[in-house]
Each structure stands twice: as C-alpha cells, then as structure tokens.
Design a protein around this ligand. Sequence first.
Ligand code: KMH
Ligand code: ZN
Length: 280
Amino acid sequence: MTTGTLITVAPTGAESAKAEVPALPVTLDELLLTAKECEALGAAVIHVHIRDDEAKPTLDQGRLRETVAALRAGTDLIVQLSSGGAVTDPEAARLAVLDAGPDMASCTMGTLNFGDDVFLNRWEFIVDLHTRMQERGIVPEYEIFDLGHLTALQRLLGKYGLPAGGHVHVDFVMGVPGGMSGTTSALVAAHQALRDLPEGTTFSATGIGRSTIPVMLASLSAGGHLRVGMEDTVTYAKGRPVESNMQLVARAVGFAQLAQRPPLTTAEARDLLGLPTTGR
Ligand code: KMH
Ligand code: ZN
C-alpha cells in the first residue's frame, strides 16, 4: 500500500559557502528558524550539517550536542545528524557524531568520486558506524550514491543484522558528479535493486542541482519519499537562486499532494522509520 510522503529537509550541507549562498542557514538561530518553518510546512526529518563561527563545516561535539538539544526543544522533527560531514573530515570525528545522541544518523554505503574530491567510506568504517548505531538505538539512513552501494548494504545487513528499530530506510542521493545520475532511469534501476533488501525497505530520493525536479517526480511515482533542501539545490529554477529552504519544502509538499501522497506527520514518520513514538 502506498503511504503518505516522508519529507526530509537537508538545509545546509557542507559544500556551499555562505558568502556565495547568503540564504544558507549556518548559525544555530538560522537553523532553528528554518527547522520550525519547514516543520510547519510538512517536513518530518531534518538532516543536519553544522557550521562554525566562520560558517565553515564542523563536527565540533559541543556544537552538535547544542544543535540536537535546540532542535528537540524547538521542534518535533526527527533529528538526523550527518556522519558524512565534509570530504575532509577524519573518520574518528565522523564516528563521534553519534555521541551527540541524535534520533538518526546518515551512513554512506561506499566510497565515490565527489566532484573533484573523494568521499571516502571504507568498509570497516561503515561496519563501525552501523554496529555503533545498533548498540545505541540510533536509526540509520543509508546514503546510496551509486548502485553498488545497495550491494554493500545487502552485505552489511547479511553479516551484521538489521539496524536499530528493525526497519531499513535508504536515501538515493542522485546526480553527484561521480555517482549515479539524477534521472528517472537511474531511479528505476535503484528501486529495482531494493528487491534484494529486506521486505518493507523504504526509500527517499534527492537530486542534486537541476536533477531535483526529475528525481522528485520519479520518486513519488515509484512510491518513494523526498529529501529536499539547500544542501542539494541552491537554484530554484533557471536564473533563480533558492530564497530559502522553505521554498524547496513547499514545492515538495505541493508535488506530494498532487501525487495524492500528502506529507507524513512526525508521528507517522517515526512509525515508518522504526523510531520510538516520542523523541529521547
Ligand atoms: N557532504 C558530503 C561529503 C551525509 O551527510 O552523510 C557527505 C554527505 C553525506 O553530505
Ligand atoms: Zn549530508
């Protein structure tokens, strides 16, 4: 049965510079305001990267904890911290993200070229992330940048068991130079490959840059969920910079409603993802 649509907002990311994208939320106040407004529009999950006082990406433990606490106090959103960080972040700092006690954390399922950089995700590192999340009751979102990442996920679950909560949720991140393309045919291929994962596995999809709209439409039509936000897209339409994350969430909500799959509430999203009914 097709359900409503889980909408995740990824408001900041690690790649865009505040100087080039002034609307990017980089301070805790900006992030919290964005979170509240996106929740009011229909987002249920927030995928969080944080910045330092110079607006540079950071995995500072104090800031991460403060951010989780502020989002919990100010919203009902499911808080998903990025364990991917920036391509320059060391593995130890990426693992330590879990110490901030989020509801969820991302877990990228393999190494890939990432534009001109390399996003390194060694097998042993993936195993560490997965098993530590199991031990701590943190629900992973497995980030799938390429088809082979689904094969790696099948291997991971076969060897180390299901994630906390017992439900498997993946996110297809499409259109990164070095990963799968942001096209309907790539989404169909990834969707078909889910057959090899546990029954009931759910997926979201996001298309980087101009692939955002084709990926959204393809995901909705295939029964998938949506991730949108300025981490992935800073241009709303040709020649029009994104004004705010709310603009992107509002568009996703409109598309979901057109598909007669309205946004899931945070309570419904918790149920779907195998999270406890209320936050920590
Ligand atoms: N910033 C990318 C290198 C994640 O959040 O887990 C990694 C990324 C994936 O954004
Ligand atoms: Zn991210």
